[in-house]
Design a binder for this molecule. Structure first.
Ligand code: FAD
Length: 458
């Protein structure tokens, strides 16, 4: 099942523990006439790690840290190592992953295959920008090493190539030096979307991390109001007790809220609010509480800043049984504000306001199938119910036209609705042709497939 739970598929799941077993499964699939879809932590919102009626190769048991150099911050991991395993391993030595997704449960294989970004994408790019080298097992069992100097065409295409060229078996990455386990965090309240964009523009040159929460149900002059969380690393010698703040127990939140309510029960308490009446109410309360906190600053452990949602287990269940579809367009910076305003207005006019909107700033990257550009992304979570499913899909299709018209792009990790003609329009014929040529070379029998690949590229 995809993370968004808006669809479900059946497949045969294999869970190899090493490269030899991986190669055996490729052989088995070929013999049985089956295709293979690679799967990491299963955190893609749509069908990118699903393979209906065929083999799903779950990589999460290939999870050894193969090499770590605490002097240079270079780490080599197997693909099933999760972001959580990684930061917990390197932090005590004064290092932190350069790119963090909103969940720490992603695997490094899944992160590389989608070329994920963090709240600092405008500053440090995507995870691919920090990958020095990887080994890729091709479906014929051969393993090739790829870097910027060796097999560079595969390097730039397999990163962000959604698992269609081969399976990462090891990945070498550069970590980021940190001098404290804490970040300086502050809050900026924004009265509307224009104010939020102005704040981003003002802060991008100096601040390390920026992420905007948007009240997606506010209308009229308040459209797009919300708050920005800003975070910065501490300079050397600022933290008087780095040996304490860099410890793991200083990073994690405890299991209860106010010492009483288990965090694992929070989704049940949130569930009654996920409907057309409840969401505007929650958004309004969140907005006014941020208004009260405008300008507040405090120190927060890295893990709590990046992965707060992970401390509320199963929170996505609060959306309801039919799950959610996330729609995350990337739009060039000069058009982003008007496009995102339009998206909110169209959604609201159809009574389908998303319940969550998250704004981030990005920069272009050199990867072939990239979603990156010099602009902004707006991640919108649409609740799916049995009665609105088709309407949400139709809405996303209408929004595609608005995004494409502005020169925008889309992100396979979040996608459930992309159509071939839309992918062709944003990636361009030339990029798709080059990717198909590499696919033909790395996987001539088309052994690697997923529902996403078949939906969008075949
Ligand atoms: C709560 C939440 C917050 C998120 N926040 C962000 C965010 O801030 N930024 C962002 O960029 N993304 C974000 N994501 C999306 C997530 O980072 C991506 O979907 C990521 O790819 C998930 O990694 P995974 O290990 O779960 O991979 P999966 O979802 O299991 O697979 C992703 C892709 O990788 C391929 N793959 C998996 N393993 C391998 C391998 N070993 N070799 C080759 N291909 C492989 C799969 O075939 C699939 O195409 C978020 C997701 C969630 C649920």
């Amino acid at each position: 099942m995809p993370w968004g739970k808006a669809s479900a598929t059946m497949g045969w799941v294999f869970r190899p523990i090493n490269s030899a077993e991986l190669a055996d499964i490729f052989t088995l699939a070929r013999r049985e006439g089956l295709t293979i879809g690679l799967r990491g932590g299963g955190n893609s919102y749509g069908d990118a790690a699903c393979n209906e009626g065929n083999i799903v190769l779950d990589i999460t048991r290939m999870k050894r840290i193969l090499a770590w150099d605490a002097a240079s911050g270079v780490v080599t991991v197997e693909p099933g190592v999760r972001l959580r395993d990684l930061w917990e391993y390197v932090l005590a030595d004064g290092w932190w992953p350069p790119v963090c997704t909103g969940t720490m449960h992603v695997t490094m294989g899944g992160a590389a295959a989608m070329n994920v970004h963090g709240k600092n994408a405008y500053k440090v790019g995507t995870i691919g920008d920090h990958i020095l080298e990887f080994d890729l097992m091709l479906p014929n069992g051969e393993t090739i090493t790829c870097s910027r100097n060796e097999n560079d065409d595969v390097f730039y295409a397999a990163i962000g190539g959604f698992g269609m060229l081969g399976c990462f078996t090891s990945i070498t990455l550069q970590m980021k030096r940190v001098y404290s386990g804490l970040l300086n965090v502050s809050i900026a309240n924004c009265a509307d979307l224009g104010a939020m964009f102005a704040e981003f523009v003002r802060r991008v040159p100096d601040d390390d991390y920026l992420v905007g929460w948007v009240d997606t149900t506010a209308t009229g002059a308040a459209t797009g109001r919300g708050e920005i969380h800003i975070a910065n690393y501490l300079e050397p010698d600022v933290d008087p007790y780095p040996e304490q703040t860099l410890r793991l127990d200083a990073q994690h939140l405890n299991d209860t809220l106010f010492g009483i309510v288990p965090r694992s029960a929070m989704w049940r308490l949130m569930r009654p609010f996920f409907n057309q009446m409840g969401v505007p109410f929650v958004n309004m309360a969140k907005y006014w509480s941020s208004w009260l906190k405008d300008g507040d600053s405090y120190q927060q452990p890295h893990a709590q800043f990046h992965f707060l949602l992970n401390y509320f287990p199963d929170w996505e269940k609060s959306v309801g049984r039919a799950g959610l579809i996330q729609y995350q367009p990337f739009v060039p910076r000069d058009k982003a504000e008007s496009v995102f305003r339009r998206i909110l207005q169209i959604s609201q006019a159809r009574n389908l306001a998303p319940y969550l909107g998250v704004l981030k700033r990005h920069r272009p990257d050199p990867f072939l199938m990239t979603h990156g550009l010099d602009g902004y992304s707006f991640a919108l979570d649409y609740q799916v119910t049995d009665s609105n499913r088709q309407a949400v899909i139709e809405l996303c299709k209408s929004l595609d036209a608005v995004v494409l018209d502005a020169g925008g792009r889309f992100y396979p990790a979040k996608d459930s609705v992309l159509r071939p003609e839309v992918a062709q329009a944003y990636l361009g014929e030339e990029a798709i042709k080059r990717f198909r040529t590499l696919k033909e070379r790395c996987d001539p029998d088309q052994l690697l497939q997923t529902n996403f690949w078949r939906r969008v590229f075949t």
